[in-house]
Design a protein around this ligand. Structure first.
Ligand code: HEM
Length: 226
């Protein structure tokens, strides 16, 4: 019997399940960060409700597992596809106009997403939750680990960081448009009629999530100038 961890469709299913979970997290995270545009107090209340409490720590561990599994299976699937296509990889890709740029570059885009994520985790997670776990009262920025609003506003007062985050978000947008489509496709919505609809749903979802993050970054930068 084909095993979910080893069969090709099983691996894609694992990518889809972890991907769906990460999309859910992103939606929540985007809405939560959006609150900062309206109120520093509301934002700090949410951040401190999560903080380094046991439920937030469990959430972080599950989230990290989701990212790691998604990444490992992405590597396995990419290597497997390359092996299967062998030397005719490039010639074949040229002949097939339907293979989109995003689809072909999913792995590279994933790397952009991961590099941005590492920087992001250093910017916030390390200076907040990690500092709290370590029982320290000030982080590497000289702020308290619970000063969420001040920390985010400080980072996005630098135009360089705004640009780096926007580039990262563009990478996430491309990754999501193909990822959401691929996820829905894997779970069985692959009829001719649904293909176009799925493509449309993926673009809308990716644009709403990434647009929300991008707007937050830009508005916070503008608020900092006023
Ligand atoms: C407007 C843009 C963003 C802002 C202002 C922001 C802010 C923050 C802050 C303040 C934290 C630490 C506090 C917390 O854990 O809630 C955090 C953690 C985190 N962020 Fe973001 N974020 C943004 C975009 C993103 C994006 C686009 C991703 C993913 C691609 C992401 C992934 C994460 C992850 C994985 C954590 C660690 C969560 C945990 O500790 O459980 N963030 N972010």
């Amino acid at each position: 019997m084909a095993n979910i961890f080893t069969s090709s469709i099983g691996k894609k299913l694992i990518m889809s399940i972890t991907g769906a979970f990460l999309v859910l997290f992103l939606t929540f995270h985007m809405l939560m960060n959006g609150a900062l545009v309206f109120s520093d107090e509301a934002y700090d209340a949410i951040v401190n409700f999560l903080g380094a409490n046991w439920y937030a720590l469990i959430g972080t561990v599950i989230l990290a597992a989701g990212v790691v599994i998604h990444f490992i299976y992405a590597i396995i699937l990419t290597l497997q596809n390359r092996r299967a296509r062998g030397k005719i990889r490039y010639a074949e890709a040229k002949r097939e106009p339907n293979v989109e740029w995003t689809s072909k570059n999913m792995f590279v885009l994933g790397l952009v997403v991961i590099c941005g994520l590492l920087l992001h985790l250093y910017n916030f997670w390390y200076n907040m939750q990690w500092t709290e776990i370590m029982g320290e009262h000030t982080n590497s920025l000289g702020m308290g680990p619970k000063d969420g609003a001040v920390m985010v506003r400080d980072l996005f007062s630098h135009l360089g960081y705004v640009i780096v985050y926007l580039v990262w978000l563009v990478g996430i947008w491309f990754h999501l448009t193909h990822g959401v489509w691929s996820m829905l496709h894997t779970v069985g919505w692959n009829s001719k009629v649904w293909m176009k609809r799925l493509r449309c749903i993926s673009y809308i979802l990716a644009t709403l999530i990434v647009g929300g993050f991008a707007l937050t970054v830009i508005i916070i930068y503008i608020q900092g100038l006023m």
